[in-house]
Design a protein around this ligand. Sequence first.
Ligand SMILES: Cc1cc2nc3c(=O)[nH]c(=O)nc-3n(C[C@H](O)[C@H](O)[C@H](O)COP(=O)(O)O)c2cc1C
Length: 483
Amino acid sequence: MAYPRVSTFKTATQFRNRLAELGVDLPCDDAILTAPESPLSRPARHGERTIENRWAIQPMEGWDGTSEGLPSDYTLRRWRRFGESGAKLIWGGEAVAVRHDGRANPNQLLINEENLPGFERLLGELKAAHREKTGSCNGLYIGLQLTHSGRYCRPNRKVLPEPRILYRHPILDRRVGIEDDSTLLTDDDIDRLIEDFIQAAKKVAKVGFDFVDLKHCHGYLGHEFLSAHTRPGRYGGSLENRTRFLRNLVAGIRSEVPGLEIGVRVSLFDFVPFRPDPSTTTASQMGEGIPEPSEGPYRFGFGVRADNPTHPDFTESLEFLAVLRELGIRLVNVTCGSPYYNPHIQRPALFPPSDGYQPPEDPLVGVGRLLDAARRAKQAFPEALVVGTGFTYLQEFLPLVGQAVVREGWMDFVGIGRMALVYPDIAYDSLVKGELDRKRLCRTFSDCTTAPRKGLISGCFPLDPFYKNSEVGAQLRELKGEN
Ligand SMILES: Cc1cc2nc3c(=O)[nH]c(=O)nc-3n(C[C@H](O)[C@H](O)[C@H](O)COP(=O)(O)O)c2cc1C
């Protein structure tokens, strides 16, 4: 199924008509508003602090740290560009492992005592770039995302999964070669891991970040806790048990690092894993995504209907938000699913990554679903500052939808992921110039995901000359059979 490209809609009216045709409820303005008229230029209060505008940079890792877990020149360039974006909320920078065996790849950043100068440099360069571009760092609010990659750990070799899991999953175990219980974390292992997170959070504060994001999304360990319905013991079963990891983390951080703010990026809903339909897969193209068959009620997701696991169920998601409120957490970043097993809901794209499938729906439907989830979160928890995810696929219409959803109170921040790799200063251009550089808009070719799936660093290979014209760019084209 071919879907019309966003670039073919020449006006906001045409775009709104397409959304209406798809049944996607999203507001979209006619023209980009600059500061101070733009809703995206309004400051947001967060306790004693002010975040000066409503643009957020989502965490975007590059698979480009050193084997010790230090930032490389590539990492530094990405963070500088985050600083130049003009966005005043930097949500997490990128996923950083709290210990070596929890790294998603041998080049993921790792926080430990020896690496602190590397993190100081990242933060320093981001701030310097921001100051240079915008004149000051006033109202700039920066966090670091901490994680353990759980089922998706590959700490030692890019091709060697070394999963650590919370429960046996009938579909996902197969995908990472789990055949027995040997990779299950015990409750004692989890208690030790909580201590590692707390020690890492101390370091986050020492470096000078404003907040720590306790990652609960995208299929990694924090997220897996939320779906550990079948796990016995203290960390599985009831929602109380499934949020014990988070609650113990928060209690530990509050007691040991009292000044550090806490945020949570959460996959607020999920779908059963998808795979390419073998009946439409050809030698040159993978098939359209279809859900994996699952027997009986699906008990392996969070925020998904057990009887129909391609539909969100927000009942527990809203209960989770109530837990955040109880814990005094007011920074919430709403995302969904996982790039490993249902990329079409998590990062809507016209062109799939190499380990994906052709989109089973117009990606605008996916954007609508994601932004609706943020809206529900904000409705349920109005005192929270809610960051929405899934804006990149809107392309030309990103600022038009962004300013409308923030004006209408759906969410507080427009968070950009893939767009931040190729055109981070879309934030600055919208607020200051009121126009976009269309040549730099992400067209969702998914090479930023395909490259790491093929063992390379990430980056925008189709559009950013820095990557396109590099040796890695040539290698990627070779591996994709394009040379
Ligand atoms: C190359 C790449 C790296 C990413 N790294 C992270 C990460 O480190 N942490 C995280 O929470 N999400 C990560 N994401 C997900 C994005 O933050 C974001 O949720 C996703 O791209 C959808 O937003 P978008 O439509 O604006 O791109 C990554 C996505 C991509 C494509």
